[in-house]
Every structure is written in C-alpha cells, then in structure tokens.
Design a protein. Structure first.
Length: 332
C-alpha cells in the first residue's frame, strides 16, 4: 500500500473541494477503497474521510418516496422496518450481500461505487492487461478464465461484471442518485444513466463530475415495489457474488390474474445492472402464471454473448427471473 495523506472533511463543500484535487478519494466505510489499495489497484495521494458529516445517514420512508442517506450502513437499511414493509427487494438485496461484518461497516454510497471483482483487474502484478486499470493495455479476461464475467453489455475492451446487489434492485425501480458538487449544486441522476457501459473506455464507470459526492438515493414508492423480491443464485449459500440475480416487482389488476405493472432488473450477468425492459413490456397485460412467465422471460438474455466459460449464465438468467417473479406474485 502506498503512503497517503488523510483528511477529515468538515463539510460537504469541503469534502467535494478536496476530492476534486488530483489523486484524492472519498473514504467512508472503507470496505472497498482500502481493499483496492491493498491490491495495488488504487493508489490515492489523499483520502478524505466523510464519515463524520452530519445528515447523510438518515433513512426516510413516506407513502410516495424512500430516501436513503449515502452514509447509512447496509445493515441499517436492510433492517429498517419501513423499507422491509414498503420495499422488501431493497432489504433482501442488502442482507444477501457480503458478510455481516462488512454490512455493518459498508455505506450505501460506497456500495454504489464498488468496482468489479474481475481477477485480472484486481491483480496488477500478475496481469498488466486491463483496460479498466490502464486504458489501452488490453483485456486479459477475454481469453482467460471468464466464468464469472459478463454476457450482456460487454465490448471488445472489457467483459468485467458489475458485482453488486443493491444497485440491481434500485435499477428495477427507477431510483435516482442525488449528487452534490463543490459549489453546493444538487444533481439527480437516474441510476440507469449513472452506470456507464464499458464501450471503448472501461475506466469510466460512473456519471460523476469532479468533486461530486453521492449524498442520497431516492426511490419512488409504487405498488410493484411493495410486492417485490430479490433472488440471488450463487455457487455457495453466503458471502458470494451472484452467478445470476433478479430484482423484481409485480402489480396485478383487480382480477388478481393479469399483470398491470412489472419491474425486472438482472445482476450477475451484465457489465452494469441490467434492466429487462423488453420482458417487462411483453408481460404487461398478460396472465400472471408460470407458463406465461417462463415463455416471456426467455428473452431476458437476448443479445447476450458468451466469452467461453460463462455461457451457462445465458441459460440461467431466465430461470432466475421466472423464480423471482413467482415469489413476488405469491405463487411460490
């Protein structure tokens, strides 16, 4: 780990101003930042500690909006009674992530900023070719062991998977990321625009301007959010990243049999949290039964491309989406 300067921010403006200087990074729970520093991936000249800033850990649940402060701990959000009642998918996506120790330390803002777990990205000593670390150096994963890599949203420059769970749930329900710049200006970005596809510039991962700090996440409360579920399929039962996951919600018509609204986002298969809008559109107005769900969710992997070892994800993803929807709709 490199030597670095430590600063404790006194205000949001102070934090943003300091972070806009070259070589600066924010520090909150530290479960991602410190890890990347130990790996030699991140070598910041200074860390700006924002954990003591007031007002950024509040959680507010109203009939129309959920607002979660960026410094709220993952475990606090997962256990919040209002969120468990109004948005079970948010709670489930958090408590199925990481370990209890990490959830007690990690913040929501840090969780949204976590970087890929691609082995080639996280080992700069053994693998020099990584366009995320060093633009233009190549991608060792494409011809390497790529079982845990993405099949959607990939490019010839990068196939690294987005590893998180919470952002997948947020993507299904049109969450907004609230950002503040050094001048105190507030900007709200839809989460689907916040995460950037790799294209030819995989090192650019988020729609963030210099000095901008995540202050909160806002989620509109809709009926489908109340009837929601997060299903995570993985190689082992805990402390493991998703082979494929689905964040879903469903609202039925008054007859209890017809889909009025449905939300589906997939994790574990894309370079970013993946919203399945085609599947949603095809399901609206259809009968909510297992046969229909299996038929229509088959296109959830449409456009997917295997890199050799990860072709199983293309088959797995529709099955995960169907199971999650059946649970959300009370069928299984």
């Amino acid at each position: 780990m490199n030597d670095f300067e430590y600063l404790r921010a006194e205000s949001l403006q102070n934090a943003s101003g300091e972070q806009s200087r070259d070589g600066s990074r924010f520090l909150a729970g530290g479960t991602t930042q410190v890890d990347l520093m130990k790996c030699g991936v991140e070598k910041p000249a200074r860390l700006i500690d924002i954990t003591f800033l007031p007002g950024l850990s509040d959680i507010t649940v109203t009939p129309h909006l959920i607002r979660i402060g960026a410094l709220a701990k993952m475990s606090q959000v997962a256990a919040h009674p209002g969120i468990k009642r109004s948005a079970p998918v948010l709670s489930e996506s958090l408590w199925r992530a990481a370990s209890a120790q990490l959830r007690n330390m990690a913040t929501i803002g840090g969780n949204l900023m976590q970087r890929t777990r691609c082995t080639y990205f996280r080992d700069p000593v053994a693998y020099s070719a990584c366009n995320k670390r060093t633009p233009g150096s190549g991608c060792a994963a494409i011809h390497g062991n790529n079982r845990n890599h993405a099949v959607l949203g990939i490019s010839d420059s990068c196939i690294a998977i987005y590893p998180g769970d919470f952002a997948v749930a947020l993507t299904a329900f049109d969450a907004r990321i609230v950002l503040q710049d050094p001048d105190g200006q507030i900007r709200r970005v839809n989460i689907r625009e916040f995460y950037l596809l790799p294209g030819e510039s995989p090192h650019l991962e988020h729609d963030l301007k210099p000095g901008e700090l995540i202050t909160a996440v806002e989620i509109p409360v809709v009926p489908a959010l109340i009837h929601s579920h997060y299903l995570k399929v993985r190689d082992r039962a805990s402390y493991e990243f998703a082979a494929a996951s689905a964040a879903v919600g469903v609202e039925l018509e008054a007859d209890g049999k017809t889909v009025r609204d449905v939300r589906i986002a997939m994790g574990g298969i894309g370079t970013v949290p993946w919203r399945a809008t085609d599947v949603e559109n095809q399901l609206k107005g259809k009968a909510f039964d297992e046969e229909t769900l299996r038929l229509i969710t088959a296109v959830v992997s449409q456009g997917a491309r295997s890199s050799g070892h990860n072709d199983f994800k293309i088959t797995l993803a529709p099955r995960v989406a169907t199971r999650a929807l059946l649970t959300a709709g009370g069928i299984s």
